[in-house]
Design a protein around this ligand. Sequence first.
Ligand code: G6P
Length: 554
Amino acid sequence: MDITRLPSWQQLESLAPQMRARHLRELFAGDPRRGLRYSLELPEFLFDYSKNLVDDEVFVKLLQLARDTGLEDWRTDLFSGAPINRTEGRPVLHPALRGGLPNPVSLDGAPVQDLVETELGRLKEFVNLLHNGAVTGYTGRRITDVVNLGVGGSHLGPEMVIEALRAHRSDEVRVHFVSNVDGAQLADVLARLDVETTLFAVSSKTFTTAETMTNARSALRWLGDLAPRTQLLRQHFVAVTASPEKAQAFGIDPGRVFRFWDWVGGRFSLWSAIGLPIAIALGFERFRELLDGAASMDRHFREAPLEENAPVLMALLSVWYCTFMGYPAHAILPYEQALHRLPAYLQQAEMESNGKSTTRAGEEAGYATGPLIWGMLGINGQHAFYQYLHQSPEVVPADFIGSVTPGHELEGHHEILLANMFAQSQALMNGVDREQVKAELASKGLSEKEIEQLAPYKVHRGSRPSNSILLRQLNPRSLGALIALYEHKIFTQGVVLQIYSFDQWGVELGKGLAAALQPQLESGELRSQDASTARLIDYYQRVRNGAAAPETAG
Ligand SMILES: O=P(O)(O)OC[C@H]1O[C@H](O)[C@H](O)[C@@H](O)[C@@H]1O
């Protein structure tokens, strides 16, 4: 299907320049009920999408586009286990990991829900043993620290969730993360740990990722040689993987290999055994609550009509901005310290899913398929890059995320925090025009001349769109719902824009080249490299071999 020929697509194309010429202030002035009409109250949060450059006509066309591109059928296929990840020939069943399927699904004769529950049961048992001190190292001392060795989807989700729910942490066993092959990270973590009481969780869907396997081998060496290698592997290692045979070949006890399946994408895997660090850090019950929260969002996504469906609306707004309005970036701005890893997590979730230019028909898309996702804690961003958000010629739509109930008891802080969150989205929306700036400067007693000189710099054009997601409270349930909200948003965007969201071919090329380059770095023997890469390798070799620095630049 060439979606650019759909009437809904073409109407949106013609509406975009008209909407760019309008101002959010004007849209609000024309509809006193806009805040109410363009917001949804779900059990865990308020989703306010009123500060977006849209009107009813745009929404009607966006929803039409969703229907024209078969969103409802794709959604049915997702939840029924159809092989919608066609380039890899697999279904996409992460909702099954949290009990989010409406009907039982079997794959190769095995009921998926049974597989999931069996593995969750094993996870629970292991976490309980760990918390009870029944998991011991080679000298018989109880394990006190678990180091997760994993990267990408085998790292970002668990780390983000544990940081977000620190307030619920159980301190029985400490959890650490090592993702980088830069030995500095592993060395730094290990320097604080005791070989006798440390357990490594090798988390890798494929169990071939070079960074993770290198760290696993170094971890094994660090354990020393006071016990046989087989014993060290048995007592100090667990694996989480969709390739259990590879984990066993590495030497990890099959009883300590926790598995997930190829129908779980890495970036959607925190609900699977990849969530082991979450269950260790927060307790298994909290992990369950997280899953339940996500399942409640699965239900909402499945059942709510498209016009009242939070992930669908979020996705359509994103399509509107990135594809039709020409805004290529999107900022994630949490106003909640605990959510400080959310932007990094969402970068992988969204950009690895939709950062693609080939359509499902195998053709060049010819339109923008997904924004650059970036961001950081809103309050810190205010003192760093918000200047760009307010006055750059580029418009960057943003998600403001906060919660009503603070996660601490310090007086006064939370009102300041949320006042900033609300004020920033308001400032982006309204801006300040020249007349307002002049009046303000005049009230400060500046001369006519001074006012004329300064005014242009102080004008904020405004009309910069944002969503606000206001949680009742950040807890495992609401966090589960929030993450699943974004997951389904990403899926919807991919469906509407004809993208296969669940593969990631674009990450392979560099991996292959790195594997080929590595021996050349070691040997210094250059083989058919381009002039820039040859220059880098040559410099690397010379400095490694002690070449002196030049005395002057150039
Ligand atoms: O879990 P692993 O197989 O080790 O993969 C870890 C990560 O690496 C890959 O390069 C992919 O881009 C990610 O989607 C994946 O999450």
